[in-house]
Design a protein around this ligand. Structure first.
Ligand code: AMP
Ligand code: ZN
Length: 484
């Protein structure tokens, strides 16, 4: 598989550390508010990556943290604690806020068919691991204590800016200048590993540490949680592009200083979802959530389809107009699938070229829009319906668009509507003292009269039915009838 690697800034062949196994880490949500559909774009594309690696035969371990402490309003170490701000906003405790928004995140993710990672670990579960890591960094001379906090000393590294290929604008995207400078830092990019001195009041969660009562910086959690569960060699680290700097840059700095060797060779970053105000962001407010889409009548899986229609390395512009186009396209796919017969058995040989095309699309830096083209090719293809159904299910192991299920639901709905209509008809006939059998007898007699060219008899029967409020309609497939 070829993947674009932010480390190096080129497309590279993906080769895991251990043959056949992939260890993947995902920066999890900061649970102080609902995840917006921009955040979820990132999780959808990471989900596709994970599922494709499994589809391609790898044994995958995926780890994700839940940020429930330490993430300040600038991604550098300044500003207000996001969790605390959330708690104040809702007059609840930090832990209540964390629980509520963690549950909300997984509920939204479930609606988008995003698989829950194998390991999900809240930061507050791993305080001893963070302290051990910070202590080792202190012992190795990579960290210093100043003004009550422990900082990572970036001047100890030859190449702190590992993503040097990113342009200045991309590098600065996670850092905001509207927050005060930390005068304890020896170097501009040094970052906090452990806080005991807050710049804000009421830090709710504090733990004992060798440096005093305090709490971890944001960056340390991902390094420590990843190493705890995935070991010293991680294969792919994922996140939204705003995470590349400073968050991922800092993760690499501290992890490699701690381990003494390269930690993770592949860095997968998803570009942002934009709306007319620019990057969709929790802190700006006015963002869209899955529940909001549902309230407006959109199926969350149509949003997943919308995301998959474009490449993860391009910014994606959200508008309801664009989403409506996806509604149309998704609906048409479902309608085509509804027409596929459920009889017969798939022909695996005939399926193979379609699978090859699907794989080639995703092997090409996870080109999901080309993978969807492969799905359209299946529906157009000169292959049996059973093979088509087999391929749609096979591709859905990665795409997770739920198309077969949606088609089944539509068929069920149609059958239910049909049955309701028949029951209503029966009731109406009963009220007239008639039966369906009698009506069908008349229709058959009229058809026979027409064959004999006995038009007068045919008209008599039509009028007789009409008197009872039963309208006969002729078509090339014969006559149908309905009650007025
Ligand atoms: P957060 O909950 O703020 O820590 O962010 C969760 C994930 O969403 C991170 O991987 C971010 O990089 C990503 N993210 C934030 N905003 C956007 C956006 N507008 N589009 C895509 N991904 C985003
Ligand atoms: Zn992270």
């Amino acid at each position: 598989m070829i993947l674009y690697n932010t480390l190096g800034g080129t497309r590279q062949e993906f080769v895991p550390h251990e043959a056949g196994k992939v260890k993947m880490y995902t920066c999890g949500p900061t649970v102080y508010h609902y995840a917006h559909i921009g955040n979820l774009r990132t999780y959808i594309m990471e989900d596709v990556l994970e599922k494709y690696l499994r589809y391609a035969g790898y044994d995958v371990l995926r780890v994700m943290n839940i940020t429930d402490v330490g993430h300040l309003s600038s991604d550098a170490d300044t500003g207000e604690d996001k969790m605390l701000a959330g708690a104040k906003r809702e007059h609840k405790s930090v832990m209540d806020i964390a629980k509520f928004y963690t549950d909300a995140f997984f509920s939204d993710a479930g609606k988008l068919n995003i698989k829950t990672p194998d390991v999900v670990e809240p930061a507050t579960n791993c305080i001893p691991e963070f302290i051990e890591m910070v202590q080792t960094l202190m012992d190795k001379g990579y960290a210093y204590f100043a003004g009550g906090n422990v900082y990572f000393d970036t001047s100890k590294l030859d190449n702190y800016y590992v993503f040097g290929n990113m342009n200045e604008e991309e590098l600065q995207v996670g850092v905001r200048e509207d927050v005060g400078e930390d005068t304890n830092k020896r170097n501009k990019n040094d970052f906090v590993l452990w806080f005991t001195q807050s710049k804000f009041e009421d830090q709710a969660l504090k733990w004992e540490s060798p440096w005093g009562l305090g709490y971890p910086g944001w960056h340390i959690e991902c390094s420590a949680i990843s190493i705890k569960h995935a070991g010293e060699y991680l294969d792919i680290h994922c996140g939204g592009v705003d995470n590349a700097f400073p968050h991922h840059t800092n993760e690499i700095a501290q992890s490699e200083a701690y381990l003494g060797h390269q930690w993770c060779p592949y860095w997968f970053h998803v570009l942002h979802l934009l709306d007319k105000r620019g990057k969709m962001s929790k802190s700006k407010g006015g963002f869209l959530t899955v529940s909001l889409l549902e309230e407006k009548g959109y199926d969350p899986l149509v949003y997943r389809f919308f995301c998959l229609q474009s490449h993860y390395r391009k910014p994606l512009i959200f508008s309801f107009e664009n989403l409506d186009n996806s509604v149309q396209a998704y609906g048409k796919l479902v309608q085509k699938i509804m027409k596929l017969s459920k009889d017969g058995a798939p022909e695996f040989e005939a399926a193979k070229p379609y699978q090859d095309k699907f794989k080639a699309a995703l092997d090409n830096d996870l080109n999901t829009s080309l993978a969807i083209t492969a799905l359209y090719d299946v529906l157009k293809g000169d292959i049996g319906d059973a093979t088509k159904r087999y391929l749609i299910a096979d591709f859905d192991r990665v795409l997770s668009l739920g198309l077969l299920e949606a088609a089944d639901r539509e068929l069920e709905k149609a059958a239910k509507a049909e049955a309701e209509k028949a029951a209503q008809q029966e009731k109406a006939l009963e009220e007239k003292g008639l039966t369906k059998a009698w009506v069908e007898e008349q229709i058959a007699a009229r058809a026979a009269a027409k064959v004999e060219k006995n038009w007068a008899e045919a008209d008599r029967i039509r009028d007789l039915l009409l008197e009872q409020g039963i309208v006969v309609k002729d078509s090339k497939d014969g006559a149908t009838w309905e009650i007025k």
